[in-house]
Ligand binder design. Structure first.
Ligand SMILES: Nc1ncnc2c1ncn2[C@@H]1O[C@H](COP(=O)(O)OP(=O)(O)OP(=O)(O)O)[C@@H](O)[C@H]1O
Ligand SMILES: *[C@@H]1O[C@H](CO)[C@@H](O)[C@H](O)[C@H]1NC(C)=O
Ligand SMILES: *[C@@H]1O[C@H](CO)[C@@H](O)[C@H](O)[C@H]1NC(C)=O
Ligand SMILES: *[C@@H]1O[C@H](CO)[C@@H](O)[C@H](O)[C@H]1NC(C)=O
Ligand SMILES: *[C@@H]1O[C@H](CO)[C@@H](O)[C@H](O)[C@H]1NC(C)=O
Length: 384
């Protein structure tokens, strides 16, 4: 008995010491591999009602920037409903999910602008605890940005007030200690929302990626980005090796570019065939469609991957599903896994997040390949 306990504790401490042993090669190779840039926002979420939506002219399933008519909304939300505060922002969410999936401290890093206030401090603590190596630019005057998340019947609408997030400057990116993160990373991910803030920073990273055969990725992020930030989006597009988006965003992109089709597969294909700045990598388009299959376009072909179906009663809220999908996807991509594994990890992460409130996750992922083998259906459409 004593012997068994001894050998057990011996093997336990052995495996434990193996576990916490200095970084092995895999871990070392992944340190700082993925860098995100974006708008760090504090999410203020509440379940509201239809009258509230009407009063502030809010449409469900939309993401917009706050206007003057929304100024009193935040106070009204806090006084009338139970509000929850969480660290958010599309890119930051995706990076945090990728970090969670990888479970290797410092594998990911993130830059964006926060204020010198309580919310900013909270955000920093949050991200560091999550293992993300954050290099925030701290604005002297503007408060940390916020995003109202109005939920009705499991659907939500986002109204962002960027405040400090809008003050990010490429000067911060160029500082040696920050540019070092760019030099170290091999994969870059920036959600389209950042196009409204610092296109110069985006182009600096995009050009660095192209010149060094690294992978540059962006997200269409919202219809308003495709419509009103068309020019800056078009400037960055040739540099994008991966383009993410959902079906609504893809259709808006097509409409804005005068493509006479609403067919998501065709649109994904056309985006993947948009001219490239560098020939080192082909472009891959990844479009999600809620519970419908994920569309992946590359090499003039389209593949469809079914998502993990969830019984209705288990769905809590789809807020952050898209961000989580990207995070899961990136966690495998940086390990050079094939695209089907990336999509499966994306679906896994999204599946975890939609069963919880907001973009939150349990302590550790339970990402077992065996449980995750949906029957893959491939469907090809002809390229022109
Ligand atoms: N109803 C659902 N059932 C199962 N999986 C879902 C459902 N909704 C979303 N997902 C998962 O989340 C992924 C992304 O979903 P979706 O296309 O709705 O993104 P989105 O609309 O950008 O999300 P968000 O609400 O974060 O903006 C899907 O590919 C899928 O894996
Ligand atoms: C190295 O670390 C990675 C990531 O934690 C782990 O998956 C892998 O099994 C480890 N390899 C060895 C040889 O210990
Ligand atoms: C955004 O936040 C700033 C700082 O808190 C505030 O002054 C401004 O009125 C807000 N704008 C909107 C449109 O809510
Ligand atoms: C895709 O995202 C947009 C916001 O960018 C949202 O309005 C739309 O409902 C989403 N589409 C689906 C099918 O989830
Ligand atoms: C980003 O891409 C994902 C997956 O393609 C999509 O579901 C999501 O709507 C996009 N959204 C944001 C906010 O970046």
């Amino acid at each position: 008995m004593l012997y068994t306990t001894l050998s057990l504790s011996l093997s336990l401490s052995l495996s434990l010491s193996l576990f916490i042993s200095p970084m092995n090669n895999t871990k070392m190779a992944l340190e700082g591999i993925l860098l995100g840039m974006g708008n760090p926002l504090l999410d203020i979420s509440a379940v509201v009602d239809d009258d509230f939506l009407q009063k502030y002219d809010i449409k469900l399933n939309n993401a917009i920037l706050a206007e003057d008519k929304h100024i009193p909304m935040y106070d009204e939300m806090a006084s009338k409903y139970t509000v929850e505060f969480t660290a958010g922002g599309a890119t930051q969410n995706s990076i945090r999910v990728a970090q969670w999936m990888l479970q290797i401290p410092g594998a990911t890093s993130y830059m964006g602008c926060i204020g010198k206030d309580k919310f900013g401090e909270e955000m920093k603590k949050n991200s560091m605890k999550a293992g993300v190596n954050v290099h925030y630019y701290e604005d002297e005057a503007a408060p940390t940005g916020t995003c109202a998340v109005c939920v009705v019947g499991g659907e939500r609408s986002l109204i962002a007030n960027l405040s400090a997030a809008n003050c990010y400057k490429s000067e911060h990116l160029k500082r040696p200690e920050n540019w070092a993160l760019v030099e170290k990373a091999k994969y870059f991910y920036i959600a389209g929302f950042f196009l409204t803030v610092s296109p110069e920073s985006i182009m600096l990273v995009a050009q660095h990626a192209a010149a060094n055969n690294k992978i540059f990725m962006m997200n269409l992020s919202a219809p308003f980005i495709c419509e009103f930030f068309k020019d800056v989006q078009e400037n960055a597009l040739p540099y994008m090796d991966y383009v993410f988006g959902n079906e609504t965003e893809a259709r808006t992109f097509a409409k804005v570019h005068g493509w006479e089709t609403e067919n998501v597969e065709e649109i994904a294909l056309k985006i993947s065939q948009w001219p490239k700045a560098s020939g080192a990598h082909k472009r891959i388009t990844v479009i999600t469609q809620g519970a419908d299959p994920v569309v992946v376009a590359e090499d003039g072909k389209v593949k469809l991957f079914p998502v993990i179906l969830l019984p209705k009663e288990k769905l809590v809220d789809t807020n952050g599903a898209g961000d989580a999908f990207v995070g899961g996807f990136l966690s495998q991509l940086v390990q050079e896994k094939p695209i089907e594994d990336c999509v499966r990890a994306g679906c896994y992460a999204a599946n975890v997040i939609i069963q919880r409130s907001g973009c939150t996750y349990p302590e550790k992922p339970d990402f077992s390949w065996r449980l995750l083998s949906p029957i893959r259906k491939f469907h090809y459409i002809r390229s022109e």
